[in-house]
Design a protein. Structure first.
Length: 253
């Protein structure tokens, strides 16, 4: 895939609720498809801990709902497939790309490697030895450091990724339904062997990681800083209330 002349609008809004983030994914993908919004890279900043889980996963199988409610952890079903994860403000780097299909390899497996490449190059530039692991993981020798997911809608592609800057492993085990052992020392050690975090290997701030990732995509695709329009914000707020905050969407499976 060659990088011909193009440009990204880079938006990095204030901290938003988890439902609004997922609503923005749907709004911006649909509007790109309709020719109403430009290709965009959006940085996520969260205002609460959350559990984003895959579109085709069972809510009851993935989320300890009572614990989540008691501790202000917000579960939201994504518009993309893939697995569940625990994310807390300041502990992850999440971003979404909204791209024309013509910018993205048609082959799905190839497209994951292609679109993750800039983030991997950014992390390597900071001194973190990571690589792409098919289909959609970013791997370190100590474990998985991130993963991505996609949605293709006509001529638009949503590609979003989350990478672990830090992680409260015990809290992850409390809120995700991932085994009867739960928060035993054995379970924590087992989880830590599967998941790598940047703070174990880098002495740089999360903001420095975000800047490096953004710079890498801009260097590749062109473009620069921009803002969400008021219309995009309003549409996302309405959709968050009507869909992504509801049991009808989040608990439908």
């Amino acid at each position: 895939m060659t990088d011909d002349h193009r440009g990204l609008r880079v938006v990095d809004p204030e901290a938003l609720s988890e439902p609004v983030h997922h609503a923005l994914d749907e709004v911006l993908t649909n509007r790109l498809q309709a020719g109403e919004t430009p290709p965009t890279l959006r940085v996520w900043r969260r205002d609460t801990p959350a559990v984003p889980f895959g579109r085709f996963q069972s809510f009851d199988d993935e989320v300890e709902a009572e614990y989540a409610r008691e501790h202000g952890i917000v579960p939201v079903r994504r518009v993309t497939g893939g697995g569940s994860m625990y994310v807390a403000p300041g502990d992850v780097v999440t971003y979404s790309l909204y791209l024309p299909a013509s910018w993205v390899p048609a082959d799905v497996e190839a497209s994951y490697a292609d679109l993750d490449r800039s983030a991997i190059e950014a992390l390597r530039g900071l001194g973190l030895d990571v690589s792409h692991e098919p289909l959609n993981d970013i791997e370190h020798a100590d474990g998985k450091i991130g993963g991505s997911a996609q949605l293709r809608s006509g001529d638009a592609v949503l590609h979003h990724a989350t990478m672990s800057y830090d992680l409260d492993t015990r809290e992850m085990l409390r809120v995700l339904r991932i085994g009867a052992e739960k928060v035993s020392d054995k379970a924590v050690r087992s989880a830590e062997k599967r998941v790598a975090v940047m703070t174990d290997h880098l002495d740089v701030s999360r903001e420095a990681v975000i800047d490096a990732v953004v710079d890498a995509y801009v260097a590749r695709f062109g473009g620069g800083r921009g803002e969400l329009s008021e219309d995009e914000r309003e549409a996302a707020l309405e959709l968050a209330d009507a869909k992504f905050s509801t049991a009808e969407w989040n608990e439908r499976l």
